[in-house]
Design a protein around this ligand. Structure first.
Ligand code: HXC
Length: 511
């Protein structure tokens, strides 16, 4: 083999690695962004990246495109490892035609999607692009549809994660939308179907990129994103952390890691977590952090629908998905947003065999026209449906209120909860004592003293866990300090749980 042939390979590799050239790379850095390749380096274990299709070029001849061919065509694709475990990755290169999607670019992504599905390994997409390659037209639209199809086929089979690290507009938004998790980078990323210019033309509304689709909008208001991070480095290292909680595919169980936290660790401070006054809030996150191994909790959707907390933790090394009402926000009520958020999380866990731990302190569903007009019935039903169909181990702890329909929804015994515990402070009833007596003793409304006596009587009868425990709906009333120990024991008994739903093509969850 002549030296010239070897050098030709090196020359071609170097050209591909340079992407859109030094100037555009500098401009990328000046915006506070890493390049597509730098991002992959941060995301994957050092030296583990194996690139595919580095030499692919677009096939377009229109608008002078035949004079502009850049190897790789605006997306870097391949595989590598995170914590020694296989993952597939594609990373849009904004320095090459603004990361825009041509037919060839799309084919590279589809190829890597198919490889990930075949191998049974997660796929992570890093987005930083201007949408469809405008010079290409319909070939680009076809490419998007090919990607959406693969996303859909892979849903529930391999974890799919999208990180938005720059523009993500038009055709680019729907692939992330189908994936399991979307993370954004604050200030440098934005996501929308149509940008500010089109918005102005169509609706006369004047809005900035940031206010239309910035990280704060999607992580806090729309719930499209599951998290917003300060910069590229933080976003990528958090994705590495998330992968550590997940199985590589639905063909395997979630990972069990060595834990340095005692399985029988008691937390005396939990005995005073719930205040004496039932209307006083407390921070449910304190329970979560004291319960999981090493206080390591990866929260999903931390800034959206904060009245419910979702995230991953470990119990004696075993990954679990935690869903918890947050009494500190809107008293932990279930509304449209919290139902949507938790339902999607429950379904993710169920698809990937991740046991569910549900911590309940819920006063019911949110009343009002805003909620009813917004289809609270359908959205609340999503969470109900998700818990009902889930066949993973389901552990529940009621810490305080479990009122009305929300009691049923939150992984109750009646929805096949495997182990249902309550703290002595639990109140399991159709509604709060005050509301209850105002309805059933309406005739005594003019007599506050009689009403107060009725309220005390109702509380005495129902504001405790023992009626439900007496019926077998609660398996045991446990001391708060022993929650971690009891859950770990229960989880171990469910290691080989089997449960199947009736055969169906697929279900029809209320969308
Ligand atoms: C081809 C593109 C491009 C595109 C950007 N570029 N978007 N090339 N097709 N869609 C090129 C630019 O020409 C420029 O090339 C380089 O990328 C950087 O772009 P700038 O505009 O200089 O960058 P910036 O100022 O940061 O603005 C970024 C941007 C803007 C907001 C994303 O480029 C933009 O508005 N692009 C068009 C977005 C768009 O309308 N896309 C089509 C959506 S429709 P040079 O050579 O100067 O570096 C769609 C439909 C699909 O996607 C639906 C499928 C379901």
């Amino acid at each position: 083999m002549s030296q010239a042939i070897l050098e030709e390979l090196e020359r071609r590799r170097a050209a591909a690695k340079l992407g859109g050239g030094v100037k555009r790379i500098e401009s990328q850095h000046a915006k506070g962004k890493l390049t597509a390749r730098e991002r992959i380096e941060v995301l994957l274990d050092e030296g583990s990246f194996e690139e595919t299709d580095m030499f692919v070029e677009h096939r377009s001849h229109d608008f002078g495109m035949d004079q502009q061919r850049i190897p790789g065509d605006g997306v870097v694709t391949g595989r590598g490892t995170i914590g020694g475990r296989l993952v597939y990755v594609f990373s849009k290169d904004f320095t090459v035609f603004g990361g825009s999607l041509s037919g060839a670019h799309a084919a590279k992504i589809v190829k890597i999607q198919k490889m990930a599905l075949t191998a049974g390994a997660p796929i992570i997409g890093l987005f930083d692009a201007g949408g469809a390659r405008i010079q290409e037209g319909v070939e680009s639209l076809a490419g998007y549809a090919d990607i959406f199809l693969q996303n859909t086929l892979a849903s529930g089979v391999i974890p799919q994660i999208s990180v938005i690290m720059g523009p993500c507009a038009g055709g680019d938004v729907y692939s992330p939308a189908i994936t399991d998790f979307i993370f954004m980078v604050k200030d440098t990323s934005y996501m929308y179907v149509t940008g500010p210019d089109v918005v102005k033309t169509v609706t006369n509304e004047v809005v900035s990129h940031e206010d239309l689709g910035g990280a704060r909008v999607h992580a806090g208001k729309s719930g499209v994103a599951d998290g917003a991070f300060e910069n590229d480095l933080e976003a990528l290292s958090e994705v590495r952390r998330l992968i550590g909680f997940l199985p590589l595919s639905n063909r395997e169980k979630p990972p069990v890691r060595d834990s340095y936290d005692e399985a029988d660790r008691d937390e005396a401070s939990l005995d005073t977590l719930v205040p004496t006054n039932p209307n006083q809030p407390y921070d449910m996150k304190e329970l979560i952090l004291k319960m999981v191994d090493e206080a390591d909790f990866f929260e999903i959707g931390a800034d959206f629908a904060r009245n419910i907390i979702c995230g991953f933790g470990r119990l004696d090394g075993q990954s679990v998905g935690i869903v918890a009402n947050q009494p500190q926000v809107l008293a932990g009520v279930l509304d449209i947003d919290s139902s949507r958020k938790a339902a999607r999380f429950v379904r993710f866990c169920d698809a990937f065999h991740i046991p569910l731990v549900t911590l309940v302190d819920v006063p019911g569903f949110m009343p009002g026209t805003k909620q009813e007009y917004g289809a609270l019935i359908k959205h609340g039903a999503k969470l109900l449906f998700a818990y009902a169909e889930a066949t993973v181990p389901k552990l529940t702890v009621i810490t305080r209120k479990a009122y009305g329909g929300a009691y049923d929804v939150m992984s109750s015994k009646h929805l096949r909860g495997d182990v249902n515990y309550a703290w002595p402070t639990a109140e399991i009833a159709v509604m709060g004592a005050k509301g209850a007596v105002e309805i059933i003793f309406r005739k005594e409304a003019g007599d506050p003293e009689a009403l107060a006596a009725r309220e005390a009587e109702y509380k005495e009868r129902f504001a405790n866990p023992f009626v439900a425990a007496g019926l077998g709906y609660i398996d045991d009333v446990i001391m708060p300090h022993g929650t971690r120990r009891r859950l770990i024991k229960a989880l171990k008994t469910l290691k080989n749980k089997t449960q199947e739903n009736p055969w169906k093509k697929h279900d029809n969850i209320p969308l």
